[in-house]
Write a protein that binds this ligand. Structure first.
Ligand code: SF4
Length: 234
C-alpha cells in the first residue's frame, strides 16, 4: 500500500461507530472499540446487519485518532471489530494506534490470513478473537460464504506461531446442535488449540440477517469438555 493510499484510508469514513469505553471486549483491559463497516460474510444469526450493509460510515480513522489521543493514560487498549475489520489494510491504522501506546485486539472471522500475517510480523496486534462459525459441512449455510478452509489456515498459522488468540462460537440451536459443537471441539483440539473455547448465546433481534429464532437451550451435559477448556458467555 502506498503512503498516499494509506493517508487516504485514514480519511475515509470506514468506521460505522465506536464504543468509547468497555471492560468486557478485551479481557483485563480498559478499551475502546472501533466498529468497521462492511463484512464479507452473511451469517444467519448476525445482529450487526446495520454495520454489514452500511454504505458510508460515520467516522474516519483520523477522527477516531483524535479521540484516542485524548484517552492516553485512561484507556490501555483498542479493539478493532465490525463488520469485518480485515476488509481494510489495518497496517497504517495500527501503527498510529501503537504510537499512542495502546494494545490492540483484533476481532475477525479469520479469513484474511495475508493481512493477519503482516500485522503479526510487524508486531502491530497483541491479541485476536476469531469466530468459529460452524463445522465444514454447515459453514456455507450458516456463514453465507464458503470460507472454511481459509479460516482453518489462519488457525493453523496462529497455533504454529504461538500467537495469543481465542476461538469463539455463537450458538443458535436451530443452526448448531450438540453434535455440531462437539465436532468443532474435535477439530480445534486436533489442531492443538490450547486456549479456552468460548461459546456465546445467540441474540435475537428484529433484524437478524437470516431472521432465525432460538429453538431450545443446548444440553451442556452433552458437550465434550474433556478435550478443551469450554466457557459459556452470556
Ligand atoms: S456475524 Fe457474520 S455477517 Fe455479522 S459481522 Fe460477524 S462475520 Fe459479518
Amino acid at each position: 500500500m502506498s503512503i498516499n493510499s494509506e493517508l487516504n484510508l485514514l480519511n475515509q469514513k470506514i468506521v460505522y461507530d465506536f464504543t468509547k469505553f468497555t471492560t468486557t471486549d478485551y479481557i483485563r483491559h480498559l478499551s475502546c472499540v472501533i466498529w468497521f463497516k462492511g463484512c464479507n460474510f452473511r451469517c444467519q444469526y448476525c445482529y450487526n446487519d446495520d454495520i454489514v450493509f452500511c454504505k458510508e460510515g460515520n467516522y474516519s480513522i483520523n477522527e477516531i485518532l483524535v479521540f484516542l489521543e485524548s484517552r492516553i493514560g485512561m484507556l490501555d487498549a483498542v479493539v478493532l471489530s465490525g463488520g469485518e475489520a480485515t476488509l481494510y489494510d489495518l497496517t497504517a491504522i495500527c501503527k498510529k494506534i501503537k504510537e499512542f501506546g495502546f494494545k490492540i485486539k483484533l476481532d475477525t472471522n479469520g479469513t484474511n490470513l495475508k493481512l493477519i500475517k503482516k500485522l503479526i510480523t510487524n508486531k502491530l496486534i497483541d491479541y485476536m478473537a476469531i469466530d468459529f462459525k460452524s463445522p465444514k459441512y454447515k459453514y456455507k449455510n450458516i456463514a453465507g460464504v464458503n470460507k472454511y478452509d481459509d479460516f482453518i489456515k489462519t488457525i493453523k498459522y496462529l497455533i504454529n506461531t504461538d500467537f495469543d488468540f481465542e476461538l469463539r462460537s455463537t450458538i443458535n440451536s436451530s443452526l448448531l446442535d450438540e453434535d455440531d459443537i462437539n465436532s468443532m471441539i474435535n477439530t480445534i483440539s486436533n489442531l492443538d488449540y490450547k486456549n479456552t473455547y468460548y461459546l456465546q448465546n445467540f441474540i435475537q433481534t428484529e433484524t437478524n440477517i437470516g431472521n432465525i429464532s432460538k429453538h431450545r437451550d443446548i444440553n451442556k451435559e452433552k458437550i465434550n469438555n474433556k478435550k478443551l477448556s469450554i466457557q459459556w458467555r452470556n
